[in-house]
Design a protein around this ligand. Structure first.
Ligand code: UDP
Length: 433
């Protein structure tokens, strides 16, 4: 919302007099000064502010209220049409990732150099090819499911896909940046993010999901159903987490759970790297539970693992409030999710008292918690569908292909990848870890 400069100064003056500018701004908003641009935000922000009066006298709580109100007031839907047929919500991500190649383009030598970091793929005459070896076959399968769908409408191209967890391209200068596709990165890396294999196959193989947690389409339906079985009012007002100790950042929450079991139920489970109780912070590993089980709880926690953790997207489908710790590790859909609108952000390595403080706030402000939980659910349900993943792949690859500076030719050393059904091949077990 644009305020005339005098009004802004007036607000600043009120701030100096210790009167909350946000309070005034909301007041203005609720009195009908919403512009067309902010119409949705106005409606949303009144929902967000409706119940905060008289309950958040301390400075920390006021800061949280102010952040929520500002975010809801500013928020604009990311797509022109509700169905988002052009997957607009995520397109800034591929635009940004490809930007570094715009000036110089991608040469044949760049591709050759990039093959050190991943598997070489080729689209030629609407067919998909790759080198015979794939380090993680289930991961390649998850990627190829989408590539096979879009290959008939794509031009010829070569590209290199990194199927490891960790990104590979840390080049500071544009001239050193190689075109490598990776599923996750931080802002220190220049990898081109692609939708992880786990939307279709692979993903961490735990006892409950021996072939990996893949098949996002199936998980969506199952978790959504569990979310409906546990509406907000039926949920237990506790934090919940289950997972392995892939990063020590999770320790605070597990320790808080041990000292305050009425607040948090968080415990470490085994993964295939587990050797002794040391790997589960001195206790025996907890039983694994399904994502549906998570839906009983109001507050669900997401942490990075080796890179971004696949659990993030699943948690929203419970219609629970998601606490997302640290903002460094990304997957392609993270930037479209907004802190305080769709989830509650926590700085990386939060202490036990920081976790308790933010949980205390949302316990006191239950309707704010519920509104954010609903907004997070709505976003993932409507903008992270299988068609959004396919659409993202298509935009990404179409625009990537325009950067190639050489003529792509056939390579007989590559194998053709065919649809599993037409190939009559059985699905392999996940070979993660
Ligand atoms: N997971 C689960 N139930 C459990 C333990 C783990 O559904 O009891 C899921 C978890 O949400 C994540 C995956 O299994 O999507 C792997 O979790 P882990 O913590 O081992 O690894 P990371 O989060 O680092 O990928």
């Amino acid at each position: 919302m644009k305020f005339p400069i005098l009004f802004v100064l007036f607000l600043k003056l009120l701030q100096l007099l210790n009167i909350s500018a946000e309070t005034i701004q909301q007041d203005v908003t609720s009195k009908g000064m919403c512009t067309e641009e902010t119409a949705n935000g106005c409606e949303d922000s009144s929902k967000a502010e409706s119940t905060t009066n008289n309950r958040n006298d301390d400075a920390a709580s006021q800061r949280i209220v102010s952040k929520i109100e500002k975010t809801w007031a500013k928020y604009k839907s990311c797509s022109a049409e509700p169905q988002d047929p052009k997957c607009e919500c995520h397109q800034k991500v591929w635009q940004k990732d490809l930007e570094v190649f715009q000036k110089q383009g991608i040469t044949k030598q760049n591709i050759k150099d990039a093959t050190k970091f991943g598997t070489l793929y080729k689209i030629f005459n609407q067919k998909l090819y790759r080198t015979a070896d794939c380090f993680f076959p289930a991961r390649c399968e998850g990627i190829e499911y989408f590539l096979l769908k879009i290959a008939p409408s794509l031009p010829n191209m070569d590209f290199v896909v990194n199927t490891r967890d960790y990104p590979q391209v840390s080049g500071r200068f544009a001239r050193d940046v190689l075109p490598v596709f990776s599923f996750s990165k931080t802002s220190d890396y220049r990898d081109i993010m692609y939708p992880a294999w786990t939307f279709w196959a692979g993903g961490p193989a735990i006892k409950l999901f021996p072939t990996g947690i893949g098949r996002w389409d199936i998980q969506r339906e199952k978790i959504n159903k569990a979310g409906l079985e546990f509406p907000w009012e039926k949920k237990i007002a506790k934090g919940f987490f289950r997972g392995s100790r892939t990063s020590h950042e999770r320790d605070s929450l597990v320790l808080l759970s041990r000292s305050n079991p009425n607040w948090v139920d968080a415990a470490y489970t085994k993964n295939q790297a587990w050797k002794s109780p040391k790997d589960t912070l001195g206790e025996e590993p907890a039983q694994e539970v399904s994502f549906e089980y998570h839906c009983q709880f109001k507050y669900l926690f997401n942490f990075r693992g080796v890179a971004a953790s696949f659990r993030f997207k699943h948690l929203f489908l419970c219609r629970s409030l998601v606490f997302h710790v640290g903002n460094e590790w990304l997957e392609f859909f993270y930037p479209a999710l907004k802190p305080w609108k769709h989830y509650v952000p926590l700085d990386k390595n939060p202490s036990q008292s920081e976790i308790k403080e933010i949980m205390e706030f949302f316990r006191r402000n239950d309707d704010l918690a519920k509104n954010i939980a609903e907004a997070g659910y709505e976003f993932i349900w409507h903008h992270l569908r299988m068609e959004d993943i396919e659409c993202y792949w298509k935009h990404l690859m179409t625009n990537y292909s325009k950067l190639l500076k050489y003529e792509v030719v056939e390579d007989k050393s590559l194998i053709e990848i065919k649809d599993k059904k037409s190939n009559n091949q059985k699905r392999r077990r996940s070979d993660e870890f």
